[in-house]
Design a protein around this ligand. Structure first.
Ligand code: F6P
Length: 321
């Protein structure tokens, strides 16, 4: 039967493992012979491709990250290496690909499709939730729960010591993690690149609350893309006058056992990806929009900018000015 290879690419995120497992199982049900590519695009070039077995897929569901490992490959930009990758697939009769990753990986695969005509289906997976056309990317719920847990524990020490904490969260250029975690954790302040902010105005409001309303601690969530975390910490300390500390959450946010939500979303994305290949689609990205799974042609996904839910933006308004 026709070979179908599955791999993960770009920044890892929780939910990748359940997606790989379900894609392999379901592909076999639909008559494909499933293969696994280790090390992402690099492994495609370097021939780290093995036939999927139940043993390889067992005991991985609950683990964060990707057991297939991932990479960001420069060599894949070079046709000579893409040809090498194609020959590795051809030798094994692999005719279809499922890539689990972000838009950089989707673009690379689309180039590969233009070169050699190997159809692929993309599953959006990144904690940044920055892929256009889909409301949800695998790993976001797990990352948000890790952030929520971290901010809750920081609040314990903040309230005990009457301090302010600035917490920098990931998201690259996207403020989604910052906004949603700020709302879920009841932050007083949230800075992102998507919503204009006025530190002076928030500062005056907080100072008033400290002086007249008994405010004794502050939680500020700052998106890494703003590069404002250190400035905000100094601002709260010096201009607002509350002792402030900075915590950069960093890569803790990218690990952790996938939540129930991420596991189930992984299965649904994986089924959609296999079905799209069965239906003869050649280069589409799976999307989840307004509660429904579907897929979009790659160009509509990689050529447009992700827009954060306006309802979330509206709720964050008071945390910015
Ligand atoms: O894209 C996921 C992400 O974790 C971003 O939020 C962050 O900016 C970046 O990757 C960090 O990259 P690296 O893991 O290469 O340091």
């Amino acid at each position: 039967s026709e070979g179908l290879a599955i791999f993960t690419s770009g920044g890892d995120s929780a939910g990748m493992n359940p997606a790989v497992k379900c894609a392999a199982d379901y592909a076999a049900m639909r008559g494909y012979k499933p293969w696994l590519v280790y090390d992402g695009l690099r492994g495609l070039i370097d021939d780290k491709i093995v036939e999927s077995t139940p043993q390889l897929l067992s005991g991985i569901l609950h683990r964060g990250g990707t057991f297939l490992r991932s990479s960001r490959s420069q060599r894949f930009f070079d046709i000579q290496y893409r040809r090498q990758a194609f020959e590795n697939l051809e030798r094994r009769g692999i005719k279809k690909l499922i890539v689990i990753g972000g838009d950089g990986s989707f673009r690379a695969l689309n180039q590969f499709y233009s070169d050699f005509g190997v159809p692929f289906a993309g599953i959006p997976a990144t904690i940044d939730n920055d892929i256009a056309g889909t409301d949800y990317c695998l790993g976001v719920d797990t990352a948000l729960n890790i952030i929520r847990q971290s901010v809750d524990s920081i609040r314990d020490t903040a309230t005990s010591f009457s301090r302010a904490f600035v917490i920098e969260v990931m998201g690259r250029h996207c403020g989604y993690l910052a906004m949603v975690s700020a709302l879920a954790c009841g932050a007083e302040l949230c800075l992102t690149t998507e919503i204009p902010y006025d530190l002076e105005k928030i500062g005056a409001k907080l100072k008033h609350e400290i002086k007249h309303e008994g405010r004794d601690h502050i939680i500020a969530i700052v998106a890494e893309g703003t590069k404002m975390a250190e400035y905000t910490t100094r601002y709260i300390n010096d201009a607002i006058g509350m002792e402030a500390r900075l915590t950069v959450l960093g890569h803790v946010q990218r690990g952790g056992s996938p939540t129930v939500h991420d596991r189930i979303m992984a299965y649904k994305f994986a089924v959609a990806a296999v079905d799209s290949l069965v239906a003869g689609q050649t280069n589409s990205i799976m999307v989840y929009r307004d509660g429904t799974f579907g897929n979009l042609p790659i160009h509509t996904v990689v050529d447009s900018k992700y827009q954060i839910d306006p309802a979330i933006m509206k709720l964050c308004g008071p945390l910015c000015a």
